[in-house]
Write a protein that binds this ligand. Sequence first.
Ligand code: ATP
Ligand code: ZN
Length: 297
Amino acid sequence: MKSRDRLRIAMQKSGRLTEPAQDLLSRCGLKFRQSRDKLFCFGEGEPVDLLLVRDDDIPGLIAEGVCDLGIVGRNVLREYQLTHASNGDGLDELRPLGFGHCRLSIALPQEDDYAEPSQLRGQRIATSYPGLLGEWLREHDVDARVVMLAGSVEIAPRLGTADAICDLVSSGATLVANQLREAAVVVQSEAVLAGRRELPLDERGEIAELLLRRLDGVIQVRDSRLILMQVPRDALGEITRLLPGGPTPTLTSVDGAPDQVLLQALCAGSVSWRQLEDMKRAGARDMLVLPVEKMLA
Ligand code: ATP
Ligand code: ZN
């Protein structure tokens, strides 16, 4: 295999995770030139290349060392780990990425009431996730029949090939359209950065570490706001307590106004109008809430 001094990241070629994954990597300062066959994207600048594949292939490509990292749903990663024990063992979820949220859930026909897992005893449950469903059934001590389907799982109960399904849900609209109702959540999923438990010890490992640090910065700023305001010194205690997320503010004196300070603080999460109004009532003036573009501790 040539040029393995470069880090290789696998991501979904076309699907729900493609655009947010590209966006995340570009926020980490990575730029790519797409090749004509669109399988491989050469990284310009940093020695990081992309492999564009089906999401189901990503854990295997990492396990076999074809790629070093991958952006994939937790559902796909965990299913691989459960169904490919020897290969899957070395894989790890390195970071949750905060997009592609969904859940793998068991759903029943709308007319069936659901109260507890034991009701599923002896039922046929259709799924593309036999590993995760099997694990859930064992944990809940339920003996059910897992019917493996590669696609169109949601129509199985209407076709009569299964009594229930175990499939991915986000809004629930697909379930409703198929006269199903969500009964139990098997896994809460989102896109994750997957990798081998041990990063390579060569240059690739160093690039991976650099990328992880940038990624942490990107994830942190995505949820951060910088807040600036002028505050009377005697209201400082109260206003500091009102800052969302409990940050430690930086204070600067204001020329010609010894009783005032300029307060600057980095808040985790958004700042609501209500919170701003409370701080204004406590004496804050000239308040600004700014998004943060980059952060490096
Ligand atoms: P591929 O051609 O790569 O195999 P796919 O059809 O398996 O594509 P997508 O439907 O694009 O994959 O879903 C990719 C991932 O997006 C899922 O594995 C899951 O982690 C996440 N996801 C988020 N919401 C949903 C949803 N409502 N339905 C399915 N997947 C979802
Ligand atoms: Zn897929």
